[in-house]
Write a protein that binds this ligand. Sequence first.
Ligand code: ADP
Length: 306
Amino acid sequence: MSRRFLSIGECMVELSQTGDGLLRKGFAGDTFNTAWYARACLAADWSVDYFTALGDDAMSDEMVAFIDKAGIGTSLIRRIRGRTPGLYMINLKDGERSFSYWRDSAAARSLAADPDRLREAVESAEVVYFSGITLAILPQEDAETLLAEVRRAKAAGKLVVFDPNIRPRLWSSYDVMHTTISEGARSSVLVMPSFDDEAAHFGDDSIEATIHRYRALGAIHIVVKNGADGVTLNFAGEQTFVPAEKVEKVVDTTSAGDSFNGAFLARYLEAGDAPTAARFAAKVAARVVSEHGALVPREKLGLDGG
Ligand code: ADP
């Protein structure tokens, strides 16, 4: 039987401007992006599944077909009658990107409202991945359901992985955000934060401070990403620094962290060595920031030595 990597969260419809007043449609979302790169980098004896909730409209059908075509399992996705997916638009003005979101009533907000289905999905997986955005979009009671489930998975010896992906605008208050993200980290084995977010929102004055805070909460391994300044790994207390790859021209940093996470996890699961995995992930992320869009196709990731 294949081993399952399960990613839990929200994938949205993405509209981007093409410059001639037309809009291009795509699909993206942090945990989905990570599933995409994990799928691209993992061997075929792993299945990668996405866990979310969608509606029963044509756009939800299209998203499921898109996920399926990417080789990512859709059988665990909950479909809710009368609901629709969330939507965001990328606005371009004078070369600067900004985002508008329509996600308040997205079906994904109900992804943990069926606890039995969630439990079954988590139990079926060896690796469980979720993020601060996954927690932020859930009603508080459902966030607690999800946290209880991942705690159970951690206790059962599964690799539970959490990217805090801090987005203050998604949270009702700083207090709730701090408490819930800390609880996410406490419930996980591996935490993969981005240092700039942690410094801005938890007030960490160094990468050491970020590592110390998450270890004190109960995370066992920590990977702190720091853009072009590389990553610092702390695996069961052993610390290593891995530099970023040199990139000639950064085109679009969308999903740099998500792709790093997916590639890192894929290589870590297969090679079992964190620094090796981080060197591989830095190469993949360097390709991703050299291309447009969140989801760079497998052929452009240089995985086969190309
Ligand atoms: P996030 O997107 O979560 O903020 P980072 O900006 O830390 O994450 O980027 C994640 C990874 O992407 C980095 O660890 C690095 O490997 C790669 N990366 C990001 N920006 C650059 C860059 N300018 N040059 C080279 N690599 C980069």
